[in-house]
Design a binder for this molecule. Structure first.
Ligand code: NAP
Length: 247
């Protein structure tokens, strides 16, 4: 059956692929991101017309959290309801090993965490009233531990994991599922030019894995699954060793 879906962070990468696959499968999709021109290109790649009865696009910066309530209500009205929401918006600032930059760290918190809270709280309230729905948050394996490379990014994703877990525990008894997605390395704008990448998979492949997990009502996944083993090792390294490692 066709579903009504919102994807936040849908102009490129994982979110764009989630939106495209959903649209091509006959669902009605609301695409949200700052770059409306990119969203419209993604919609046209599916052979659809932007802002037709099947696809809607909204230009929005998720750090403007005060706008979210009205945008969410408008989008749900345009879509004619809501079954699933994917929050994939995110940034990873470049941070040098000896750099402690409050502006960059707080920007990541505002987009990766506060943006997610603003959108997903609206969805949680809506689904709670409706008695069903799916919430999917794209976090990262980087949230599993505080690493030397990017403290602000790690923190934004660790906090997002806890927020999503709490939503899941609150909403499970109301028939709503919440999926935490922890990708490893995915080939997107975010990782372009990054050294030392391995096990890289395409955004399309990642989106397919995420959509399947959401369909099955899973609670937490690594993308692809083998990153779960890496996470297990990383989480079990004692602190006195971990602080000497460059991971
Ligand atoms: N690529 C990886 O290896 C990897 C690994 C682990 C986790 N992730 C997570 O996966 C998610 C998607 O990233 P990606 O790899 O697909 O990278 P991407 O291609 O750079 O996509 C990021 C998306 O977030 C949107 N976005 C960024 N800032 C925004 C803002 N202020 N307001 C609204 N939308 C905003 C971008 O749209 P606009 O620029 O048009 O606003 C874009 O659609 C992120 O949360 C990222 O942390 C990625």
């Amino acid at each position: 059956m066709a579903k009504k879906i919102i994807v936040v962070g849908a102009s490129s990468g994982i979110g764009a692929e989630i939106g495209k696959i959903s649209l091509k499968s006959g669902n009605t999709v609301g695409f949200v991101a700052r770059r409306k021109d990119q969203i419209e290109e993604r919609i046209q790649e599916c052979g659809s017309l932007p802002d037709s009865s099947k696809s809607f696009s909204i230009s929005h910066d998720v750090s403007n959290t005060s706008e979210v309530k009205a945008l969410f209500e408008k989008l749900v009205k345009d879509l004619g309801g809501l079954d699933e929401i994917y929050f994939s918006a995110g940034i990873m600032e470049k941070v040098e090993m000896d750099e402690f930059n409050t502006e960059k760290d707080l920007r990541m918190m505002r987009i990766n965490l506060e943006g997610a809270i603003a959108w997903l709280n609206e969805a949680a309230q809506y689904f709670q009233k409706q008695g069903n729905g799916k919430i999917i948050g794209i976090s990262s394996i980087a949230g599993d531990r505080g690493r030397v490379g990017n403290p602000g990014y790690n923190t934004s994703k660790a906090a997002l994991n806890t927020y999503l877990e709490a939503l899941r525990n609150r909403l499970a008894r109301k028939g709503i599922t919440v999926l935490t997605v922890k990708p490893g390395f995915i080939d997107t704008d975010m990782t372009k030019g990054m050294p030392g990448l391995f096990w890289l998979i395409s955004a399309e492949k990642a989106a397919t894995i995420i959509l399947n997990a959401a369909k099955k009502g899973k609670e937490s996944i690594y993308v692809p699954a083998r990153w779960g083993l890496v996470a297990l090792v990383i989480k079990s390294i004692p602190s006195f060793i971990f602080k000497r490692l460059n991971v």
